[in-house]
Design a protein around this ligand. Sequence first.
Ligand SMILES: *Cc1c(COP(=O)(O)O)cnc(C)c1O
Length: 416
Amino acid sequence: MTTALTTREEQAARLDAADPLAPLRERFLLPGDVVYLDGNSLGPLPAAVPAALADVVSRQWGTDLIRSWNDNGWWEAPLRIGDAIGSLIGAAPGQTVAGDSTSVQLFTALSAAAALRPDRTLLVTDPGHFPTDRYLAQAVAERRALEVRRVPPADLAPFLAAEGARVAAVSYAPVDFRTGELYDMRALTDAAHRVGALVLWDLCHAAGALPLHLDTLGVDFAVGCGYKFLNGGPGAPGYLYVARRHHEAFETPLTGWNGHADPFGLSREYAPAPGIARARIGTPPILSLLALEAALTVFDGVDMADVRAKSLSLTAFFLDCAGELLAPLGFAPVTPSDPARRGSHVALRHPHARRLARGLADRGVIIDMRAPDILRFGVNALYTTHQDLFSAARRLLDVTREAPQGPPPPSSGPVT
Ligand SMILES: *Cc1c(COP(=O)(O)O)cnc(C)c1O
């Protein structure tokens, strides 16, 4: 075992020494005494954010006051930051708006998709989808007299062969938030389009982690959050992408005044703004938006293909460590070993997951667990090192060996 550990430790050092993205870690303010593998829940603080936020608060708000809506570009912020996110997800400018939470954007996108297919009665979503995605699909279905069908991505093709003509929209995530499995966005998008259905992708665990090509794939709608791989800070605004070809017909269910064609005209009736601006709702959260905008500068000059290559190297290394060092102690990988089917985190199953996650936290390794028995190790190629993952594996060995054995504790707690 000791030899295996030494070999892995040396391999990690070698891989890190040859890593062309290593200098990007300096774009983050990471505490020195922790190994942070939970950036897929809350990205760490980018070094550019504190000064940017201080300027927003002290100068823009404190001194320039209400003039900032014009003079400091506050009014355009949702569209400007939407475009910055667009450049990471393969969306040309003018199709992405930032400002409201993923949950709100899901409601908008699902409602708008249903309105674009008024003669169809089914809304398809993944039974393993993130809870808010499942709840909102149900909520939109009830308001629009649709029926939700829960179909795993692997079963979509046969389902559509039977029911495709009735499907208004398919709502999936490219990366399963629990298992880390990556689905074939192109194949699923094409399958839905072949039967005339629209496609909504939730990019929460994909944007900023791997290259995305919304325009090229002909995706209809996408949503995502700002605080995971985009590192925008706790509760950072989410975003909505609507393909340009839908802008004319796009009906937002939340007709707030910011999305009005003439927001300062104070007219009695709602008239939608042209383009993606109609997806604006109310006054946007400027402090959070501008923190997110500063955070996105960590991607300046970064090629997402390089990010993907390193992310795969990191997750492959950790899966190798898990197979060699941890499998004998009862850990079972859930994440596919096939790189084409792997997102940017590794999930391991263990009956004592909750206690082990706590034990790791006590040793400075921050990961998360998803009930009842999944340990999630998130990697972000911009700052995670192979040596971080080696430390995590070694400390997990220690914690598991020290932990008193016994029946697993009853599972409860959040599943977010
Ligand atoms: C994180 C996550 C969300 C979060 O939605 P919020 O409205 O920001 O709470 C939604 N969907 C998926 C797939 C997620 O991973």
